[in-house]
Design a protein around this ligand. Structure first.
Ligand code: PLP
Length: 414
């Protein structure tokens, strides 16, 4: 059977923001690594919540019953999305950083002074500072795990050299939000587990590009942020049931002790949870467009395969063009191996802020600076303020946008 061509026109039509301009100037969204646009499915779900059942939870009013059902169904769908059969393992909260702070406070109860934690230098600060502060508050020792400057990932030998019988936790990035490098989380998790350590994975950057499978990875915790995968501004954390059940929890006395709600502090942003459901429905809709069928997980998998294949072609085109620009230095792999479509570069003459200002003024949306990947920026000896210019592709970008983007970058740096 012929593979179905990626339905780029239908995909783009599903995202109203892509047709929006600034005083007639078209926008090229290459700022997706900082946050993606949302499909109409998401917007409709949010609007529907406010039109029909805006309410608090837990009582007999029809609106409240509808909220409870929607939250439970969204958590079930999010469990399928992450690859677990157990919705009790899926916590929805404000964002990755807030959830990670919350869990670090709970996890601290398992650790004693002198215990060690390992933090990789590939991390966004969201998976660094909460652990540094936990270590400081509890007299834990922090060990730093370097990434390899040629493979752009953490090599198993580097981790093995740090593990010992006092290691309690490994904080590990799935994909770097600066270099785009992707770690072999499954292999590194197995090593950490052999030493008796827990593994907390930051999959925020990975989730925009590839489907996560928490069971296959074998991780203890994994965090992601729906606003990075075409959803609303929320955070989602997977945690293994036995850990979430046994962790000391910071919650109100009267709040539910049942999973996953024992980690939901205060009134959730119900409208955004409804929006997340819309995003997960969007993936299923996209899977239908490429001819897939099967259960929800199978549809997520088909959607991500189609998105990934399209994105890889764009990435190859972008990398080829960037690699050919004189004076431009990629800060990350120059091939597609072990990377997602997050690309950072510096230039031997022009400062990242100046480049980004010019590109943004021309409607090529991008980011600059260290992008909160402070340790990565330090490891790469980047200017601490200027950092890099970062371009992040998504599956709704096109070959024409990449070609136009490359022309703009080349003329900016000429
Ligand atoms: C890799 C990575 N981790 C963590 C975060 C922080 O996520 P949140 O904004 O949901 O706290 C980001 C945001 O840019 C990120 O890219």
């Amino acid at each position: 059977m012929d593979p179905v061509a990626f339905p780029i026109d239908q995909v783009r039509a599903a995202f109203p923001a892509l047709a929006t301009s600034d005083d007639g100037q078209r926008r090229i969204y290459f700022d997706n690594a900082a946050g993606t646009q949302v499909p109409q499915h998401t917007i409709d779900r949010i609007t529907d919540f406010f039109h029909r059942y805006n309410s608090n939870t837990g009582v007999f009013n029809s609106t409240s019953v509808a909220v409870d059902a929607m939250v439970a169904e969204t958590i079930r769908a999010a469990a399928d999305y992450l690859g677990t059969d157990d919705p009790g393992e899926v916590i929805i909260g404000a964002n990755m950083t807030t959830l990670t702070y919350q869990l670090s406070r709970s996890l601290a109860h398992r650790f004693s002074p002198g215990d060690e934690i390992i933090i990789s230098r590939m991390e966004h600060e969201g998976n660094v500072t909460p652990w540094l502060q936990m270590a400081e508050d509890n007299d834990l020792t922090v060990r730093w795990l370097d990434f390899d400057r040629t493979t752009w990932r953490v090599e198993p030998a580097a981790l093995e050299a740090l593990l010992n019988d006092r290691t309690r936790l490994l904080a590990l990035n799935y994909a770097s939000n600066l270099t785009g490098g992707v770690n072999n989380v499954k292999a590194l998790t197995a090593l950490a587990h052999k030493a008796g350590a827990l593994v907390y994975v930051d999959a925020v950057q990975f989730a925009s590009h590839r489907l996560i499978d928490v069971v296959d990875l074998g991780v203890d915790f994994l965090a992601c942020s729906p606003y990075k995968f075409f959803g609303p501004h929320l955070g989602v954390v997977f945690g293994r049931r036995e850990l979430l059940e046994s962790l000391h929890v910071y919650k109100l006395r009267c709040a539910s002790d049942d999973l996953p709600y024992r980690f939901s502090t205060g009134t959730p942003a119900f409208e955004l949870i409804a929006g997340l459901m819309g995003t997960l429905e969007y993936f299923q809709w996209l899977a239908g467009l490429v001819g897939a069928d099967g259960n929800r997980r199978a549809l997520f998998s088909a959607a991500y395969s189609a998105m990934g294949e399209h994105e890889d072609k764009l990435s190859a085109q972008l990398l080829e063009g960037l690699n050919a620009i004189p004076g431009l230095q990629m800060q990350g792999a120059t091939t597609l191996e072990h990377r997602v479509a997050t690309f950072s570069f510096t230039h031997d003459r022009c400062q990242p802020s100046a480049i980004a200002r010019q590109l943004s003024a021309a409607g090529l949306f991008c980011h600059w600076g260290d992008n909160y990947a402070m340790e990565v920026a330090r490891a790469l000896d980047l200017d601490p303020v200027e950092g890099v210019v970062r371009l992040g592709l998504a599956h709704y970008n096109t070959r024409d946008e990449v070609a136009e983007g490359l022309d703009l970058i080349a003329s900016t740096l000429a």
